[in-house]
Design a binder for this molecule. Structure first.
Ligand SMILES: [Zn+2]
Length: 163
């Protein structure tokens, strides 16, 4: 792992964030519907059956002015990690953003449940940094406890990277 990956934001992107707004991408989950995916079909399936449409969706955001693309919501840390790892393979120099849900949403009698604990979220932090993620956070189902655990994992990476 490069030392840069484990540190809190530094270098050119940090300089830029301090000076100007950095624009992240827009929705991906609902984009295939607008591009013609029939209702009732699984949007993720388009990664396999229509990868050009998925790439076009990301390209559309870059062409529209997004500085950073990535993955958020929709899946838990394992699913979002797999998505950003693939993005990193095709665009290794580009800054990626990842904000996984605290688990895959599932229906239970009391409503929607997301079952990933803060320990599990923090376990994934090194892999996200390794996958080229510059902006890391969490989405649905996460709490300050999840972010506290993730912040501590980031700090630990920083320490290890500077040793
Ligand atoms: Zn969400």
């Amino acid at each position: 792992m490069s030392a840069k990956r484990g540190k809190r934001m530094s270098g050119p992107l940090r300089e830029r964030v301090l000076r100007e707004v950095v624009l992240c991408d827009g929705a991906i989950g609902t984009t295939p519907r607008r591009a013609g995916l029939p209702a009732g079909h699984c949007a993720e399936e388009w990664n396999l059956t229509n990868p050009e449409a998925v790439a076009a969706a990301h390209r559309g955001y870059v062409e529209a002015g997004a500085d950073v693309v990535g993955a958020n919501c929709g899946g838990g840390p394992a699913e979002i990690l797999a998505a950003v790892q693939e993005m990193h393979e095709v665009a290794s120099a580009e800054p990626l953003v990842a904000q996984p849900n605290a688990g895959k949403p599932r229906l239970v009698s009391s409503g929607t449940a997301l079952g990933v604990t803060q320990e599990v979220m923090s376990f994934y932090v090194p892999a996200f940094l390794e996958a080229g993620v510059w902006l890391l956070g969490a989405c649905c189902g996460s709490t300050p406890a999840h972010l506290r655990a993730m912040a501590s994992a980031v700090a630990q990476q920083t320490t290890e990277a500077s040793e």
